[in-house]
Design a protein around this ligand. Sequence first.
Ligand code: CA
Length: 236
Amino acid sequence: MTARIIIVEDEPAIQQMIALTIIQAGYKPVYAHDAEEAMIQINEALPDLILLDWMLPKMSGIEFARMLRRNSRTQRIPIIMLTARTDENDKVSGLEIGADDYMTKPFSPRELIARIKAVLRRRAPEALDEMVTIDGLVFDPVNHRVTTGNNEVTLGPTEYRLLHFLMTHADRVYSRAQLLDRVWGDHVFVEERTVDVHIRRLRKALEAVDKEALIQTVRGAGYRFSAHADPTLDMS
Ligand code: CA
């Protein structure tokens, strides 16, 4: 899955430079010039990461980060603060309000990508191109294939992303709202029963390779992907 990264930066030249670096590393840049534009993008779909300039017109980057951390929907979005300042106190306050990392301009493209990768690895394993194997089911994001032995599982794009999220977050229960936010990037405008529809399709696709039992329904809570049976789970 390609990670979407919002670049909140009011200086076009710097924004362009960052965007090029991000594209070369295989991520998808989303542009915002201030907090307000960033919020519009976030309302449409939750990003995997925000690169947030400290000095922005109107609301400052630090105020915006604080606002995101106060809201339950946006509080877990990884944030890397970008700043021209070198004052250690600024760095400390940036990290205190909950930024995941902090970079002082100018920085090299290599350094930026290294920091992005580190933050994504901590926060969202599904954003990485690592192969995952659970109970013989192999998810290969690089070749975009899901297999068991010699059998390939055919999946629609949504089922593919849903399976990737579930396999990289196995053995944990996720509510429909959480799945909408993490897989669809939105739990505000998409209905919760959408999740059930795609879970059903995913189970059907996995049935062909006899792996549908990996997706467990947890009554009143949501869904869990696990190779371990749990007697308290409703397998319907
Ligand atoms: Ca600026």
